[in-house]
Design a binder for this molecule. Structure first.
Ligand SMILES: NC(=O)c1ccc[n+]([C@@H]2O[C@H](COP(=O)([O-])OP(=O)(O)OC[C@H]3O[C@@H](n4cnc5c(N)ncnc54)[C@H](O)[C@@H]3O)[C@@H](O)[C@H]2O)c1
Ligand SMILES: O=c1ccn([C@@H]2O[C@H](COP(=O)(O)OP(=O)(O)O[C@H]3O[C@H](CO)[C@H](O)[C@H](O)[C@H]3O)[C@@H](O)[C@H]2O)c(=O)[nH]1
Length: 329
């Protein structure tokens, strides 16, 4: 039996494919390559195509013994989603609807879904447990929450079992340096800081220093991409062993401000990394820190690379050796 990974050529998807292969799983990847990189995937069957393509899904589900789906394929930029919400509903919600309909039609009843801390909106409680209110502040978060709810109803109606993993801030790269983060355009804090260290940008812009935090900048919970990858393997194991669905946060439970991340990156890269304060970015909550007790208790998940220094060092190793990302290959 094989695991279908949608979006497997993307950042988190490619690291998860590497982890699944390492665990001895057989993997089939479906990725449109709108954002992903063919070079990021090796050692498995690869289909270039869209999750909205029903015929292609039928071909994959009938051509391979697919046991479970790990579903990353999505658009995922908070700011962009505010500008083009319908595209987000089409790609994320209609895309997942098409995928899930095909799964049920082919009797595939296990799915691990990439959800996000953006489902919470402005949290009332830190660290955030899964039982917190969900009031997304962006269309992106809304689409992910709509999918979570769709999956819950599909469990009730069709017995489709799901694990929805609400990632906090994915960062870092594979420790052996062969894959890493390569988004165009890049919007995430850590790769942008490292682009400054590489001389590709003049300075890092700090989006707001008037938040109600100790140094005025936003606090996030950065989680190593390989710890996320391992959680997907554990989620599949959970679905193999349990006849139930679950929703789990994935974070380290420790928050770092934008200024603290920049300071640690200065230490690791040895570069002064100039910073300039800019206006706030729309839709950014002040503090997002996870309680990941549920993932630890239900999935047996234990992050291996919990130190921000390690996350930054692995990211720096990737960016230094691939200053133009996969185009360097
Ligand atoms: N990066 C983060 O910090 C973060 C945090 C929370 C949740 N997530 C979620 O995790 C998932 C992966 O994020 P990422 O950072 O690796 O993003 P990414 O853009 O690197 O990867 C997404 C992949 O999906 C593919 N894709 C997009 N739409 C598709 C479609 N319709 N059909 C087939 N392939 C399609 C893209 O080509 C890309 O390779 C996303 O669902 C995202 O919403 C990411
Ligand atoms: O150039 C930059 C880029 C980011 N930031 C700040 O750095 C923090 C982290 O920003 P990222 O863009 O790296 O990450 P986000 O927290 O905005 O978003 C990430 O986490 C979210 C959940 O919290 C979503 O899941 C989303 O997909 C994922 O990218 C934010 O306070 C942001 O304002 C800057 O100051 N300057």
């Amino acid at each position: 039996m094989a695991i279908l990974v949608t979006g497997g050529a993307g950042y988190i998807g490619s690291h998860t494919v590497a982890e699944l292969l390492q665990q001895g799983e057989t993997v089939v990847v479906l990725d449109s390559l709108q954002k992903g990189h063919r070079q990021a995937v090796a050692g498995c069957t690869f289909y270039q195509g869209n999750i909205l393509d029903e015929e292609l899904l039928h071909k994959i589900f009938t051509g391979h013994g697919i046991e479970a789906v790990v579903h990353f394929a999505a658009e995922s930029q908070v700011g962009e989603s505010v500008q083009i919400p319908l595209h987000y509903y089409q790609n994320n919600v209609v895309g997942t609807y098409t995928l899930v309909k095909s799964m049920i039609g082919h009797d595939v009843k296990k799915i691990v879904f990439s959800s996000t801390a953006a489902t919470y909106g402005e949290p009332k409680q830190i660290p955030i447990p899964e039982s917190s209110d969900t009031n997304p502040t962006s269309p992106y978060g809304e689409t992910k929450l709509a999918i979570e709810k769709m999956l819950r109803w599909c469990d009730q109606a069709y017995g489709l079992k799901s694990v929805c993993l609400r990632y906090f801030n994915a960062a870092g790269a594979h420790p052996d340096g062969h894959i890493g983060e390569d988004h165009t355009p890049e919007s995430h804090l850590i790769p942008i800081i490292l682009q400054v260290a590489l001389g590709q940008r003049e300075a890092i812009q700090i989006f707001g220093d008037d938040y109600p935090t100790a140094d005025g900048t936003c606090i996030r919970d950065y989680i190593h991409v390989m710890d996320l990858a391992n959680a997907h393997f554990l989620a599949i194991e959970y679905l193999r062993q349990n006849e139930s669905s679950s929703i789990c946060n994935l974070g380290n439970g420790k928050g770092f401000s934008v200024k603290e991340v920049i300071e640690k990156a200065r230490m690791i890269t040895g570069h002064p990394i100039p910073a300039v304060v800019s206006p706030r970015r729309a839709g950014d909550p002040a503090v997002l820190v996870a309680s990941s007790k549920q993932a630890q208790n239900e999935l047996g998940w234990k992050p291996q690379y919990g130190q921000l220094e390690t996350i930054l060092a692995h990211a720096w190793n990737w960016h230094r050796n691939h200053p133009r990302g996969y185009d360097d290959k």
